[in-house]
Structures are given as C-alpha cells and as structure tokens.
Ligand binder design. Structure first.
Ligand code: PMV
Length: 360
C-alpha cells in the first residue's frame, strides 16, 4: 500500500462551527523503534502494549474560514500554549496533503493529560494520536465515502505517525505492531495495526507501573536519538535483532510464556539504551536511580519467584511490568521499596488498554 491511499477524496460539504472530542492513551513499546528514514518510516517493526490510564483528552473546536492559511491555537488545561504551536504547525504541514480541508477551518485545540505535564512521560504519543483521531472524525463528518472502519482507524494511525512515530501505536489496543514484519499479516510501515492473533489472557490485563525517576526535560530528544542511528556501527545488527525479537515475542504472547517475555523485554530495553551509549555523540539517559531500580527488580525476582520485569523508554523512568495476579505483591514492593527512588516518590499505576475513542 502506498501513502496515496490516504489522500482524501474530494469532499462535499464544509461543516458549520462545531467540536469533536477524543481520548487517546500512551503506549509502551516492548520491541523498540529506534532509527527512522524517509517521512517518519521506521527502520524496524516495533510492538507495544497500549495503556489505559495515561491518556490525553483533546477537543478540537472548528469554525469555517475562507483564506488558505493554517489557523489554530493550542490550550493545555485551558491555558494558551503558544510554545506548543510550532510542533502542531509542523504536523499540519506534514498532513495537509492527506487532509487538505484543514486550511478550511480555524481550530482551537484544547488538551488535557491524565498525567502531570512535566512527569517525563512523553505526551506526544497520546497527544498526537488524540488530535489525529479528531481530524479523521472531522473528515468522516464531512464525507464518509471511504470511511469504512478499517480505513478510518488506519488513517488515524497514519496521521498520528506523521506527528510522532510511536503515536501511531496508540489508536488501537491491546497489542499493536507498527512496521512491516513478515510474521504479522497486514503490518505496514505507514500505520500501526492491532495484533489479530489470540493473546494469552495473562498478557491482556498486564500491569505497567511507571516510576517517575526524572521529571526534567531530556538532554537528548527522541528525534536526535533516532537520527544518530544513521551510520551507527551496530545499526544493521540492531534492526535485524529487533525483527527476530518481535518474531519470538509473538509466540511468547500467544502461549503465555512469562519467562520468555521477561528475557525479550528486558533485553530490548537495555539494547535501546546501549544504542544511545554507542552513538557518536554518545549519551546516557538513565540515572543512578534507574539502575538501582533495575537491580532491585532483579533481586526481588530472584528472592520471591515473581514475574515482575522492566522496560525503559527514551528516558530515565522505569516501566515495571507484571501480571495482574501479582498486583498486590508487586504493588507493595513498589510502594515500600521502589518509590524511594522516584522523584517525590511519584509513580503512575497503569495497565494494558484498548486504544483511542471519540468522546460523546
Ligand atoms: O515516537 P518517538 O519519535 O518519540 O520515538 C519513540 C522511541 C521509543 O519510545 C524509545 C521506542 C518506541 O518504540 O516507542
């Protein structure tokens, strides 16, 4: 499939002034995407759990206008945020070809995150996917010719990807693959697709407690990190390793092999950070407390036989993953031991979820 598939057909009507509200969650990659090419295309396929409690709610207010310029304002919790606008402008410029009607309206974009803005949790995945879903819904209300369910979700994911790569994995859940992979029918570099295979029940309500180790602005952004994979000495090996890990993980998810899961997931997290440490220029996003938490998770697992494990995103925070049946024991371990290593003892209790939706 080519990206032309997502170019809007001529649409009939311009809507009167109105609004559309969506809610879209964050997601946590188990097989990591690190390295891109072309127009936000991934160098390897990635796979994520969609989350449920860490989300963005967006209301897109629209009003028809006549000139062909972009016109919009962004508000976070009712406060005007001009500093968010360059990123949204870049997003609008990238997607105009696919949703040309965006210049027909003046927009006010009101957003709210369920997690604190400066928590170190990237709001780009949930924020961009929530806005992308608003725009596809707007297209649907103007002209529903090609808006079959599949096309609708694929286009929302396709647009979200152009805002922030990993955002394309937030439209659906519980498990989403982004990037063409021979073992995943229907997978594409252009959008995320929900894993159709039956997932073992142990994984459908997995828990993810996000330990907020460092809430400061990251020293190196994801986009800088992705670009350092160009010419990286281990790049090709890394991309094929990710593909093999994804293949193995598919079996693990289907049979409910928790030990196999732990090995792949922790290796992926550490490899992601190993890529950062071996880029030129090299950098480290983990903090001493990140390492302390990892050590304590390993000790706890050895001492108690627990299935708790960790993954990391591009930062110092630790995602603690465990089966629902361990929510009490691991919950206590987090409160009593790991919270000491979080900034202001803060963590977010989350679990696997089902994706974005329109709020009525
Ligand atoms: O979507 P971006 O450009 O913010 O990159 C996300 C990169 C990782 O979170 C480290 C991995 C991933 O697959 O989400």
């Amino acid at each position: 499939m080519e990206d032309q598939y997502f170019i809007s057909q001529p649409y009939g009507k311009t809507l009167d002034k109105g609004s559309i509200s969506t809610q879209s969650p964050s997601n946590i990659a188990l097989i990591k995407y690190w390295g891109k090419h072309g127009n936000q295309l991934p160098q390897n396929a990635s796979l994520s759990f969609t989350l449920s409690e860490s989300y963005t709610q967006t209301t897109l207010f629209f009003e028809p206008k006549t000139n062909r310029e972009f016109r919009f304002e962004v508000y976070l919790d009712e406060k005007h945020q001009p500093d968010f606008e360059p990123k949204i402008l870049q997003f609008f410029e990238r997607i105009e070809k696919y949703v040309p009607f965006i210049t027909d309206y003046a927009f006010r974009i009101h957003t709210h995150n369920s997690f604190p803005h400066s928590s170190g949790i990237a709001s780009s995945a949930s924020g961009m996917s929530a806005l992308a879903l608003c725009l596809v819904e707007l297209q649907k209300q103007m002209d529903d010719i090609k808006n079959t369910e599949n096309y609708y979700l694929q286009k929302a994911s396709f647009l979200a990807r152009l805002g922030s790569g990993s955002a394309c994995r937030s439209i659906e859940g519980p498990v989403v693959v982004w990037g063409k992979h021979p073992a995943v029918a229907g997978s594409s570099d252009l959008y995320g697709c929900v894993l159709k295979e039956k997932i073992h029940p142990v994984f459908t309500d997995y828990r993810d407690t996000i330990l907020l180790v460092d809430q400061d602005q990251k020293e190196v952004s994801s986009s800088q990190g992705h670009s350092l994979m160009q010419g990286h000495p281990f790049a090709e090996v890394r991309f094929s390793q990710a593909s093999q890990n994804l293949h193995k993980l598919l079996d693990v998810l289907q049979v409910g092999d928790v030990s196999g899961f732990i090995e792949i997931i922790e290796s992926e997290a550490l490899t992601l950070h190993a890529m950062m440490m071996t880029s030129i220029p090299y950098f480290i996003l983990m903090k001493p407390n990140t390492l302390e938490i990892i050590k304590r998770i390993w000790d706890f697992r050895r001492e108690t036989g627990s299935s708790v494990c960790f993954t990391l995103d591009a930062g110092a925070n630790v995602h603690v993953l465990f089966p629902e049946r361990e929510k009490e024991t691991v919950g206590n371990f987090i409160k009593e031991e790991l919270a000491d290593f979080c900034q202001n003892r803060k963590f977010i209790v989350d679990s696997v979820g089902l994706g974005a939706f329109i709020k009525s």
